[in-house]
Design a protein around this ligand. Structure first.
Ligand SMILES: [Zn+2]
Length: 265
């Protein structure tokens, strides 16, 4: 009798507690560009509808919110009839800087992900994944023929999740999206931010999870779709008579909690 109760009630209860505890064990300290993460989760190398570019070098670790976001996005992409997608850099297991050979300023806390504009169709070989032939949507000052309905929809679907705070793309891609979706609901475009580079991939950023009190959020982007003056300013020549004031970059410090977390892995 005692044995039966043990198997029927107590063991499942303990297992359930462990699973629930693990699901919320991840914790973030610091900001997107200076921080770390405890108990990040490895995002799967592949599924029927995605392939990961970075599982070979350990840059596929994410906060569980990011894992959910990507799984939801993959499901949305499939439901919309778009081809399977590639997932690029997320974070290292303990977070922190991605290393000297990386040109990323962020990706420190498992809440940033790069999604290339190359679809995983045809399916890529391991060699192709390591040396991906990127598709550029911008060449010099124009959009290329690769700025297609499918890629515009991929960006729209990526932005259509409450957890997303920003998606960085080249200013010309943002302009292309503003025109493409003219006359339609463009509220999601407020999250799509013009930024240097980002011609061959988009960079998605999620908000800090509520159960990570030491995670430092970025200010919210301005309201509106950002298709007006703000976007135009990216294409204006610099005014040599009135140079822009130099912005003093805040020197962020690595949170003390990160010392042991970053040394552990
Ligand atoms: Zn990035």
């Amino acid at each position: 009798m005692i044995k039966k109760t043990l198997f029927k009630l107590i063991i499942p209860a303990i297992l359930g507690y462990c699973i629930a505890y693990n699901a919320t064990a991840a914790e973030i300290f610091g900001s997107y560009s200076k921080g770390c993460i405890k108990d990040a989760v490895a995002f799967p190398k592949e599924s029927a509808y995605h392939q990961s570019l970075r599982s070979h070098n350990g840059r596929n670790y994410a906060h569980p919110d990011m894992v959910k976001y990507l799984n939801d996005l993959i499901a949305k992409v499939k439901a919309a009839g778009l081809p399977p997608i590639l997932i690029g850099d997320i974070s290292l297991k303990a977070g922190g800087d991605l290393g000297p050979n990386s040109d990323h300023a962020s990706h420190n806390i498992g809440l940033d992900v790069d999604i290339p504009f190359v679809f995983a169709e045809p399916r890529k070989t391991p060699k192709e994944l390591k040396n991906l032939k990127y598709i550029y949507l911008v060449n010099k000052n124009t959009l290329t023929k690769d700025f297609t309905y499918e890629r515009a929809e991929l960006i729209r679907l990526a932005a259509s999740d409450a957890k997303v705070t920003r998606i960085f793309v080249s200013p010309l891609i943002k302009e292309g999206l503003c025109q493409f979706y003219a006359g339609q609901d463009r509220s999601w475009l407020s999250k799509v931010r013009p930024w240097f580079g980002h011609r061959a991939h988009m960079h998605v950023r999620l908000a800090c999870p509520t159960d990570s009190p030491y995670c430092v959020n970025q200010d919210l982007p301005p309201e509106g779709d950002g298709c007006g003056q703000e976007l135009i300013s990216w294409f204006m020549p610099a005014d040599i008579n009135h140079p822009l004031p130099k912005v003093k970059r805040q020197r962020l410090k690595m949170p003390v909690q990160c010392k042991s977390i970053l040394n552990r892995d």
